[in-house]
Design a protein around this ligand. Structure first.
Ligand code: BG6
Ligand code: MG
Length: 219
């Protein structure tokens, strides 16, 4: 049997942090006089903080100096962190612990593959850090999803060939990154959005243990 590795995205897969990203971007958008809705926030999923701000400024046709941009990035992150510090285990998405525990019982190595630079404190807050052998996050990559870099580094750190890795993702760019890495992509969320995913589930409550067994045995 081949050795399988499983890689999880963080925001929108393990925890519902999209709402906090939204609130923090909305506060900044209000300050800048830019209209920003939850619908607009969809475009920010899986996208780096820097790129999100670029998109926001494009929406408001605002040009700014690098110094000003750095100030806004810092401000948004401080605001986001003020929500994060209040997080606890109740904010883990449904049935995520069931899947993590099952994979750990079956000695499947697990990695985190996220665009976020706040991955470690969030996993600490919700008490899930110990499940992951390696965290590959926004601090360790140079290329954003859909580039496969984040997942390829995770596979290398796990010592598992990319073709034997499975990726859980809620963003289309993340699904594309997994496919570009030659991995099995599993969409968590709307199938109409995650059109490129090999398998799709609305959330982890839809995933049964038989499916996980098939996945990890990679027959
Ligand atoms: C991704 C989120 O996981 O991380 C994006 O889906 C977010 O919405 C990105 O912009 C970067 O996060 P952070 O925590 O580094 O600002
Ligand atoms: Mg995500």
């Amino acid at each position: 049997m081949k050795k399988t590795g499983v890689i999880f995205d963080l925001d929108g897969v393990i925890v519902d942090t999209a709402k906090y990203h939204y609130l923090a971007w909305k506060n900044l958008a209000d300050e800048l006089g830019i209209e920003f809705t939850e619908q607009d926030n969809e475009r920010f999923k899986g996208v780096s903080r820097k790129r999100c701000l670029e998109i926001l400024l494009e929406m408001g046709s605002i040009e700014a100096s690098q110094e000003q941009i750095d100030t806004w990035l810092k401000e948004k992150n401080e605001d986001y962190l003020s929500y994060i510090t209040k997080m606890d285990e109740s904010e883990i998405l449904p049935d995520v612990p069931k899947v993590l525990k099952y994979l750990r019982e079956n000695k499947i190595p697990m990695a985190l593959g996220s665009a976020s630079k706040n991955a470690r404190p969030i996993l600490e807050k919700v008490n899930l850090l110990s499940y992951f052998e390696t965290l590959v996050d926004g601090n360790s990559v140079t290329k954003a999803k859909p580039d496969p870099e984040v997942f390829l580094i995770a596979a290398e750190n796990l010592g598992v060939p990319p073709e034997n890795c499975v990726v859980f993702e809620d963003a289309l760019a993340g699904i594309e990154a997994a496919n570009n890495a030659g991995m099995t992509s599993i969409g968590i969320g709307e199938p109409s959005v995650l059109t490129e995913a090999k398998f799709n589930f609305i959330d982890f409550t839809e995933i049964n243990l038989d499916f996980l067994d098939k996945l990890i045995s990679q027959e």
